[in-house]
Design a protein around this ligand. Structure first.
Ligand code: SAM
Ligand code: SF4
Length: 445
């Protein structure tokens, strides 16, 4: 067997894609390794969402050049491939900046990987087309033993690409137009995961709640109906989905949160900013009030639902007053967790051409203030869990002897003193304390 080492950057969709690449290459005799020095093929599955993410790839390539030289000195060959959104956005440019790279391939060509790797043994290969065929049709199923080794929770991409064109974002350019996988294909993949022991599936999409795959009769199906179809799979215990756009949170999905217990009461619903002027400039297609009204409807339907979000500070034209509107929105919503970023200019997006670019030091200072507030809210949320009882899905051994770790419905790690035989089961756990990143609980018998 040849050895494959994949380093994954960025979002959960890349984590899912890395597993698919690994499955595709298993058929041509590659076995995954976590030891880069053993690798015959190293793939960097890259992220282009912010400038820093893209630059990380080039620094890693500098290190790989040195590693490859030392491997060659020992008579060992190592092929280097670049996948993901940097590959899609920069294509040939990567080969120019880093001649050490043998193969550049975008997210739509992962099913062709065995063939591309074969070609790259003799020539430099760049493959960044958006082919007409459905790559998912051609990607092999994960083998049962591979699924078992990957654990009890899994991602499953149901939708790719985005048609929203937020003015800061590269996704519509790197991942292309919005495409939904057919219902039957998703159900079959979920069944395969459950057959391999998976208990919890997170449905993924750049804009997952815009899902509109065709069912067996050729009817367009929304995310809520897809969730109901998956909920029928015996042995599947929990469902989640991410990332959602506020504009696509329809009534059916809100009702699914009300009616379906296995749909976890935790929702990632990015708003990015709290000022209507900035939301408009970002092309988010909703106002702050519309977002707040939506949150009210969701919380009315499912009162125990907690929210997480994404924020960008320092978008072009953001004044102190606009930023204060973001702070106010955060105070009004109360997030359980959130990701926040300084606006990063992405070439080719409308935001890059806008007047009023905000100086780095101002962005930095605003980000500090926002993160302080978000961290305080996260702590407040975790503290509010003490004294409550939640179902916990136990996933693995804990750090200390006699401890096992699972996840709460809100994705918090929960540490419990219990027997290893409970791994793979869901038990009610009463929370008695919080740590920096986790909760501590006792199983309720
Ligand atoms: N589809 C999701 C949505 O509508 O919110 C977001 C997907 S994007 C991969 C993840 C997050 O990265 C965004 O929510 C945004 O906060 C952040 N992001 C995207 N472009 C950015 C940029 N140019 N600068 C800083 N953060 C950015
Ligand atoms: Fe990017 Fe999300 Fe906006 Fe689509 S909806 S353009 S993925 S931020």
């Amino acid at each position: 067997m040849k050895k494959l080492f994949i380093k994954t950057y960025g979002c959960q969709m890349n984590v899912y894609d890395s597993d698919r690449m690994s499955d595709a290459l298993a058929a041509s005799g590659y076995e995954a390794t976590t030891e880069i020095n053993d690798a015959d093929l190293v793939v960097l599955n890259t992220c282009h969402i912010r400038e820093k993410a893209a630059e990380k790839v080039y620094s890693e390539l500098g290190r790989l050049r040195i590693l490859r030289q030392s491997q060659e000195a020992k008579g060992k060959k190592m092929m280097i491939g670049i996948a993901g959104c940097v590959a899609q956005a920069e294509g040939e440019e990567i080969m120019r900046r880093a001649p050490v790279v043998d193969l550049v391939f975008g997210p739509q060509s992962y099913h062709k990987l065995p063939e591309l790797v074969g070609r790259a043994a003799n020539e430099k290969v760049v493959e960044t087309d958006f082919p007409a065929e459905d790559k998912f049709e051609h990607l092999p199923k994960a083998k049962k033993e591979t699924t078992i080794a990957r654990g009890l929770t899994s991602f499953l991409t149901v939708q790719e690409g985005c048609d929203k064109f937020c003015s800061f974002c590269v996704v519509p350019y790197t991942r292309g137009a919005e495409v939904s996988r057919p219902v039957a294909q998703v159900v079959a993949e979920a069944q395969n995961l459950v057959d391999g022991g998976v208990k919890e599936i997170t449905l993924l999409g750049q804009n997952v709640n815009a899902y509109h795959g065709l069912d067996e009769k050729g009817n367009s199906t929304g995310l809520a109906d897809l969730i109901y179809r998956l909920a029928d799979i015996k042995g599947l215990e929990r469902l989640r989905y991410t990332t959602s756009h506020p504009r696509d949170m329809d009534d059916a999905l809100i009702e699914a949160h009300r009616d379906l217990d296995m749909l976890m009461p935790y929702l990632h619903l990015p708003v990015q900013a709290g000022s209507d002027k900035i939301l408009k400039a970002m092309n988010r297609q909703h106002t702050a009030k519309e977002y707040m009204d939506l949150i009210d409807r969701i919380r009315t339907a499912r009162p125990d639902l907690a929210l997480s979000g994404d924020f960008i500070v320092g978008f072009p034209g953001e004044t102190e007053e606009d930023f204060e509107a973001t702070m106010q929105l955060v105070k009004d919503v109360h997030y359980a967790a959130a990701y926040s970023f300084k606006y990063s200019t992405r070439p080719g997006t409308p935001g890059a051409e806008m007047d009023g670019q905000v100086p780095e030091d101002v962005k930095y200072e605003r980000l500090q203030r926002l993160q302080e507030l978000l961290n305080a809210q996260q702590k407040e949320f975790n503290d509010s869990c003490v004294g409550k009882t939640f179902p916990v899905l136990f996933e693995k051994k804990g750090r200390d002897e006699g401890q096992i770790v699972g996840r709460s419905p809100y994705l918090q790690p929960v540490q419990v003193e219990a027997d290893l035989s409970l791994i793979g089961t869901i038990r009610p756990v009463s929370m008695y304390d919080t740590g920096k990143f986790s909760l501590f609980g006792k199983i309720v018998t």
